[in-house]
Ligand binder design. Structure first.
Ligand code: IMP
Length: 423
């Protein structure tokens, strides 16, 4: 029986990983976030409606799992207080029993946010989520970061700050020494959550783990569409703890927010059919930024690439029910680059920009409502043909098909996953 599932997004984020994490943690002891920061937005649903996690792992929706925000994550000490309050108001226990923050997490401070406003305002901006992610990561790499352990200790904070103030002043960003006052409430309220990664590894050694992904492979600093990336490794490369099953999540009709090539972008009229009303739990608007997501026909070139980068044990295909909103599904099966047909993803950004989609497969869709189907054999024939097309070309079995926003609206086809959730 598997004991540790790692979840990674296969595309450009927003694949619906939060809901899968919510379900997979039902019997898990620990849920870990190991990448990103407040740029993540996992949309979940509970009995009161929609609720979004940003810096708290989605395992929090289950009363029993401990949720750990590990080293490698970035902590925004102001926004996290709002998130904690929101969850408490909804009746969730947010205490050191259910939530921990790594002492090694780097803290996003005001100067990172100011710096991002300046850079993102320029034409070189990539359409970030404005959560100071690149700037906190750059400070970390430049050895000008402050980690959670130092942020919590007034003496350490005071000792480290002058050098940082000096460096940022050179860039015209004036960091205030009044930081200690500004962050006083955060320091007091967050101190009880501090935890050490190595202690967590030991405490949960033989327990059941879910390692939650945030962002996704095509946004990966190393494997994504550079430079239109986030600044962490949300692919297999960044998984911080041991695992024995990797679940790679693709959205049936993928999406992308921010600036980057969208080779298989769907025409605007069809996107409107698919996007849904803003505010609905499964509508295609950024969970963090509220921006409309651009929708893409399934592009089997980058999907296959993502498979090869992650070597998953199984796939989850989310929002599979959405195909019923359109009469046919087009699959991008190759690119045309300077008059030649190619079947791989060019790494060179200038070439990638010139790629045009080749839709080698078009399948009829289905109009039946499949949101109540729980067994693969009960799916309409056309929907099985579509699922099969993904599996045949990608070469990995669809272990999970998600057929609606509710956490039980899933078809689970892999016994290992079924047992993990239920035993
Ligand atoms: P950053 O992570 O805020 O620096 O943004 C870098 C790029 O990654 C932008 O194009 C963002 O829109 C994108 N991005 C970051 N996090 C997410 C996410 O959770 N979902 C979708 N896109 C994201």
């Amino acid at each position: 029986m598997i004991k540790r599932i790692a979840i990674r997004g296969g595309g450009f984020g927003d694949e619906g990983k939060g809901k899968l994490v919510n379900l997979l943690t039902r019997k898990a002891h620990i849920c870990v976030r190991d990448q990103g920061g407040g740029n993540a937005g996992h949309t979940n649903e509970d009995e009161h409606g929609k609720i979004v996690t940003h810096q708290i792992p989605s395992g929090i929706l289950n009363p029993n799992a401990y949720n750990f925000y590990s080293a490698g994550c970035l902590l925004d000490p102001i926004r996290i207080l709002n998130e904690i309050n929101e969850f408490r108001q909804r009746g969730y226990e947010i205490s050191p029993r259910t939530y921990g923050i790594s002492e090694l997490a780097h803290v996003t401070l005001e100067h990172h946010l100011i710096e991002e406003e300046i850079t993102e305002g320029k034409s070189s901006g990539v359409g970030t989520t404005l959560r100071g992610i690149t700037q906190t990561t750059s400070a970390k790499v430049n050895r000008l970061g402050i980690r959670f352990c130092e942020f919590l200790d007034a003496n350490s904070f005071k000792e480290i700050l002058p050098e940082i103030i000096e460096e940022y002043a050179k860039k015209g960003i004036n960091v205030s020494i009044g930081y200690l006052e500004k962050y006083k409430e955060s320091i007091e309220k967050l101190a009880p959550f501090a935890a050490r990664d190595e202690d967590i590894a030991e405490r949960f050694k033989d327990k059941k783990w879910v390692i939650e992904g945030a962002q996704a492979t095509m946004l990966d600093l190393d494997y994504g569409y550079y430079p239109y990336i986030t600044t962490s490794n949300p692919s297999r490369k960044g998984i911080a703890f041991d695992f024995d099953y990797l679940l790679l999540v693709f959205k049936a009709i993928p999406s992308s927010v921010g600036y980057r090539p969208r080779i298989s972008q769907i025409d605007e009229e069809t996107q409107e059919l698919l996007r849904g009303a803003k505010g609905k739990v499964d509508a295609e608007y950024g969970a963090t930024s509220g921006r409309p997501r651009q929708l893409l026909w399934p592009d089997l070139i980058w999907m296959k690439y993502s498979i090869n980068v992650n070597e998953p044990d199984g796939l989850a295909i989310t929002k599979f029910d959405k195909f019923s909103l359109i009469p046919e599904v087009k699959f991008c099966t190759a690119y045309e680059l300077d008059g030649k047909i190619i079947d791989y993803l060019p790494h060179d950004r200038i070439k990638l920009d010139r790629c045009k989609p080749v839709y080698g497969i078009t399948l009829d869709s289905f109009d039946q409502d499949i949101s109540n189907v729980r067994n693969y054999s009960n799916l309409p024939k056309n929907s099985k043909t579509i699922a099969q097309c993904f599996e045949d070309i990608l070469g990995v079995r669809a272990a999970i098909l998600s057929v609606g926003p509710g956490k039980e609206q899933l078809i689970i086809r892999d016994r290992k996953i079924y047992n993990f959730i239920n035993k």
